[in-house]
Ligand binder design. Structure first.
Ligand code: NAD
Ligand code: UDP
Ligand code: UDP
Length: 316
């Protein structure tokens, strides 16, 4: 049994990670400031003897004793990370410094939830880990993109300078139950709009592509990465390489929900990448990992989650 800290543990990915770690018999300390996370994501864990929650903002120091740290704290959707961009950069940068300082003091292994956004609007397709990216340093996405890039720099400098055991994981678009219904991300937006009978909002011409990874696939890869030998630092891409246009996603959601919603077109947000697809050759080689849940099946499970939330009350 290990003592494991999960920052951002009340969020979408963090709460699934807490579930998986507790199920494997580990003691989990979940730290979150509830900026985008929700109590309902972890309510079912509160009475579990291996689970403990602490309300805390990781831009402030944290003194606890743990064996491993998964650093997930950071708003992930553009609406949320652009709401208070200075705080977003602080969370990525000050938060990383604090969690690395903690890892250094207690000699813990530490994993960073980085992002495909470090590649920016890429001119290389699909993106291998060796690609350095094309990121605008002064745009509206920069607080997130550059914050995450700086966090990666800090991880590698603590590794070089202080011999910390680090793992840097670059996460591509992931979806599933417990996504925030109002976070503006495409999968949750389309499902909520379809279930309400509202118009489906396609930004731009809908021909931009994304690859969508179901949350269970992502979390199993995350735990596998933490368990790799100490000389493996990453960065390592994790995502589903099957690429879909946003238009195709909208049509699948309409079909699976049986909704009569109309498709409408809205302007493309600035710096919106045209194409994004992970090169997962390293994950296949290092972990023997490939995603196993097809988009249709993952969408069905996610739609079922949002339907249940609708049935429970008016909070959507
Ligand atoms: P989320 O917004 O649901 O979760 C983030 C959690 O961090 C929330 O619970 C939030 O309250 C918490 N948080 C934010 N700032 C904090 C702070 N200063 N101190 C303590 N807690 C704080 O998002 P998610 O989709 O679960 O993303 C989790 C991580 O994975 C993030 O670091 C994100 O950048 C990364 N990621 C996610 C995706 C994706 O598709 N979901 C893609 C790439 C990277
Ligand atoms: N820190 C923390 N918990 C710890 C140890 C350190 O939150 O258990 C924070 C502390 O705020 C410190 C930062 O991590 O400033 C970086 O720590 P490090 O030891 O790398 O550098 P320091 O700033 O202490 O020289
Ligand atoms: N998008 C869309 N309609 C929406 C929300 C998003 O067409 O209601 C588009 C968005 O412009 C982008 C893609 O879907 O091209 C994925 O957006 P998301 O915010 O989910 O993720 P990211 O841009 O970070 O990959």
């Amino acid at each position: 049994m290990k003592r494991i800290l999960v920052t951002g543990g009340a969020g979408f990915l963090g709460s699934h990670l807490c579930d998986q770690l507790v199920a494997r018999g580990h003691e989990v300390l979940c730290v979150d400031n509830f900026f985008t996370g929700r109590k309902e994501n972890i309510t079912h864990l509160n009475s579990h003897p291996l689970f403990e929650f602490m309300r805390h903002d990781i831009t402030f120091p944290l003194y606890v004793e743990v064996d491993e740290i998964y650093n997930l704290a950071c708003p992930a959707s553009p609406i949320h990370y652009q709401f208070d961009p200075v705080q977003t950069t602080k969370t990525s940068v000050h938060g990383a410094i604090n969690m690395l300082g903690l890892a250094k003091r207690v000699k813990a292994k530490i994993l960073q939830a980085s992002t495909s956004e470090v590649y920016g609007d890429p001119e290389v397709h699909p993106q291998p880990e060796s690609y350095w990216g094309r990121v605008n340093p002064t745009g509206v996405r920069s607080c997130y993109d550059e914050g995450k890039r700086c966090a990666e720099t800090l991880f590698f400098d603590y590794w070089r300078q202080h011999q910390l055991r680090i793992k840097v994981m670059r996460i591509f678009n992931t979806y599933g139950p417990r996504m925030h219904p109002n976070d503006g991300r495409v999968v949750s937006n389309f499902i909520v709009q379809a279930l309400r009978g509202d118009d489906i909002t396609i930004y731009g011409d809908g021909l931009q592509t994304r690859s969508f990874c179901y949350v269970d696939d992502l979390i199993s890869a995350m735990i596998q990465i933490m368990d790799t030998p100490d000389n493996f630092t990453g960065p390592i891409n994790i995502g589903n390489p099957t690429e879909f246009t946003i238009m195709a996603l909208a049509k699948s959601v309409l079909e699976l929900t049986g909704s009569k919603s109309r498709l409408i077109f809205k302007p493309l947000p600035s710096d919106d990448p045209r194409q994004r697809q992970p090169d997962i050759a390293l994950a296949k080689k290092m972990l023997g990992w490939t995603p196993s849940v097809p988009l249709r099946e993952g969408l069905e499970r996610t739609i079922a989650y949002f339907e249940q939330r609708f049935a429970r009350g008016p909070r959507l």
